[in-house]
Design a protein around this ligand. Sequence first.
Ligand SMILES: Nc1ncnc2c1ncn2[C@@H]1O[C@H](COP(=O)(O)OP(=O)(O)O)[C@@H](O)[C@H]1O
Ligand SMILES: [Mg+2]
Length: 322
Amino acid sequence: TSMLMAGRRVGVCVSEKKRRRMKVAALADLCIDLTQPMESQGPFDVIMHKLSDIIVEAEHDNLILCFLCLITIGQNYVSTHPRTVLLDPLPIMKQLLDRFASYRIISKLQDTLKGPLQFRAIQRQGLQAPPTNTFFRICKTRVAHGSRSHEMSLIFNPAGLRDVQPPCVLQSFVNHGAVLHKVFVVGEDHFTVERPSLKNFPTGPHDRETIFFNSHEVSKPESCSHLTALDETMPRLPSPSDDAMVALVKELRAELGMALFGVDIIVNIHNHTLTIIDINIFPGYEGVPQFFSSLVNHIESVLDPSRTYEAQEDITDSQVEQ
Ligand SMILES: Nc1ncnc2c1ncn2[C@@H]1O[C@H](COP(=O)(O)OP(=O)(O)O)[C@@H](O)[C@H]1O
Ligand SMILES: [Mg+2]
């Protein structure tokens, strides 16, 4: 990191747990101590953060208000230091903590993916059965962050709607051969790793009890569950093509304006269309050994003065001339 650090300062603002899991010693050394004034630790050229995690940790200790203050401090720091690059912007992160908002973003992208993900945002109890025979749905909490957000259910028939606890999202289930493609984005780069995922289920209404599960049992690298073991043998599905991935990541980056995020993609077993089922803020990059070098490249590219400051000066000059 020495080259990167020459005269520049990168601050990292993540929870204690995330810091330990990042397993990148160089990053740990850059951590900002949120209990101390930021002014005395800066000035920062770039701040990489996962404030969303810190909020969630704070919730457990009932310190949420205190941490909301810290976020304000962070926001103030950036507004009083306009040259500091914040990775990533807070407003979009806030949207991604809400599955109602994130699936609206995803459905815009699905037009180009041709694998529509139908969903209904359920605000309150007492919903009607949708007028369709293909009833099979997955139900997720509205809040997309924190331990409860991974508690999900599979609903097989109208009676199962009794098990839905609003506010939540009811989403069409896509059979995908129990393979999840996790795409990790770092600026211009992306990396894909495979993970276990939910098995195929018969489509159509089914006389079956609701299945409750925690998504950590399903799609972590070490996950091993009866819900991920296929009941049938089936040929391996084609992995998403490089071209499709490049196009998708480009579109996502433009839409989100973020540099550090991940998406979960599944391939429909019937027509091989791709569906995005999840967008993740500053994910773990587990299984991506190139993460750190890619991150350094990205930070260097945002620090490059010819790309940031001079470009801004050009605009100012032309405005002055008018
Ligand atoms: N629409 C869907 N169709 C089929 N399986 C899904 C769908 N949505 C989620 N899953 C399965 O549930 C898991 C967790 O869903 P996800 O939305 O990624 O939640 P989390 O925020 O917990 O990662 C996925 O990894 C996948 O196995
Ligand atoms: Mg996920």
